[in-house]
Design a protein around this ligand. Sequence first.
Ligand SMILES: [Zn+2]
Length: 99
Amino acid sequence: MSKRKRRRTSPKHRKFIRENKHKYEELLDAQDGGCAICGRHPSTTRRLDMDHDHRRMVLRGLLCVRCNRAIAGWMDSTWLAKASEYLRRAEALDHTTSD
Ligand SMILES: [Zn+2]
């Protein structure tokens, strides 16, 4: 038999989800019912993702699938602040050259 696709959820992650499941509703309330970044609410078929620090396995908050996938494991707030500033400068350039 050929190699099958890897499991989506590792045992380590399943354990993490099991241990933190009870915090979901409380966190959702604290986040006004939506994603911690964009505010999107969970759908009837998909809950928000329990975003966590992969190295320390610490729950950071609830994110929609789009925001959760956009944040790579290696990113930190310092890098994201620089990336944000970079995009802001590029957007400012757009406004000065578009007319
Ligand atoms: Zn989001």
